[in-house]
Design a protein around this ligand. Structure first.
Ligand code: BT5
Length: 344
């Protein structure tokens, strides 16, 4: 159910350049003029500048430079993504809030956003540094009707969405490092953490956590991350509107997700492979038992990485340490020439 506040914001955003009368708002929203006045007071608290003129009505002339439920909703045209927003100024982790909300029945598309996380989570209990007002710290609740083993596809989909949005706004060249890092100039700007609550053959919900470094300068990143992490600001020398980026992520995510549910994984796969870091190149892999390598030639339906080895076999990789920056040119030549021979 869309809230009255959302509808009011939609109306105000659609009529931004005009005064809109209390009468019209009250009729469209089916609430009293007094109730409208109370909503306006809430918007003012958020930092909106509300002009109110007798006979003319209301107009918003100034917009806050901070994120809140209202500012994210302002001008957002999605059908389901971000229709419910939980905003926290500070929280240990938006993932934790999301799990609670999902367990209490939060609807598909609900997002949790924070200005700051004090215990941001990476995968396998690693930490995610989430400085106040410097990035996007967001969790998205999904309730997809797909089989649990296909859930990794949603991580891959999310990565393509984030790469698309970064490229669209900054015109930098993002690459996706399997499975979940978005890189700019070989440094991580964005990470994704997918967590799932499921039974054997049914997903109850998925929480997709997105952490994107946006406006940090290098010295605002922890020292141990400065060599491996970057932000949109560091790469472009410009500040970016976190509100606009979140809105675009929600819109792009919704379009991509709906298309994925309708038509399947192939478009996600195509896009992912377009952005894939080291696609077509040699990578070496260390697992507990062995060390091996081959040409990274794509991603599979189940999210695995597909590798062609020098003995002509195709192998799938689900986990394991990849030496992304290792050597291996000789093997590449050997595999390429063998592949060509087989084609002829
Ligand atoms: C990830 O883990 O990349 C997933 C990050 C997900 C963060 C979001 S923010 C919203 C939501 N709420 C949460 O609590 N989490 C999600 P992983 O691949 O395990 O990478 C973690 C590693 O990245 C760390 O061990 C550091 O080396 C590095 N790292 C930590 N903070 C970083 C940052 N801000 N930017 C770049 N790298 C970082």
């Amino acid at each position: 159910m869309e809230s009255t506040r959302n509808k009011l914001i939609e109306l105000l955003a659609a009529n931004q350049d005009y005064y809109i009368s209390g009468q019209v708002l009250s009729e469209k929203l089916n609430i009293s003029r007094n109730a409208i006045w109370k909503h306006m007071k809430e918007l003012k608290k958020d930092g909106y500048i509300v002009e109110a003129k007798s006979k003319k009505g209301y107009q918003i002339t100034g917009f806050p430079d901070k994120i809140s439920e209202n500012t994210i909703q302002w001008g957002l045209n999605t059908k389901w993504a971000g229709k419910t927003i939980i905003h926290k100024e500070t929280t240990p982790s938006t993932q934790i809030v999301a799990h609670q909300a999902a367990n209490e029945g939060a609807e598909h598309g609900t997002i949790i956003i924070a200005d700051e996380q004090t215990k941001g989570k990476g995968r396998m209990e690693r930490e995610w540094h989430s400085a106040k007002n410097k990035g996007i710290w967001l969790s998205l609740i999904l309730r997809p009707a797909i089989l649990p083993y296909l859930a990794p596809q949603l991580t891959l989909l999310t990565a393509t969405v984030l790469a698309d949005v970064i490229y669209k706004h900054t015109k930098t060249a993002p690459l996706i490092k399997w499975p979940n890092d978005i890189m700019l100039n070989h440094k991580k700007t964005t990470g994704i953490l997918t967590e799932m609550q499921a039974e054997q053959d049914q997903i109850q919900y998925i929480v997709i956590g997105i952490g994107m470094n946006v406006n940090q300068q290098t010295n605002e990143l922890p020292e141990d991350l400065q060599a491996i992490a970057t932000s949109l600001h560091i790469e472009t020398n410009k500040s970016w509107s976190i509100q606009t980026l979140i809105q675009d992520i929600l819109q792009t995510f919704e379009d991509s997700y709906d298309a994925f549910i309708e038509t399947g994984f192939s478009e996600v796969k195509r896009k992912w492979e377009h952005y894939g870091f080291k696609m077509g190149e040699y990578i070496s892999i260390k697992t507990l038992r062995e060390k091996w390598g081959g040409i990274f030639s794509g991603i599979a339906e189940d999210g695995a990485l597909i590798i062609k080895t020098s003995d002509g076999k195709t192998k799938k990789l689900y986990s394991g340490e990849i030496e992304w920056f290792g050597e291996g040119e000789n093997d590449v030549k050997q595999i390429r020439s063998e592949t060509n021979e087989r084609k002829q």
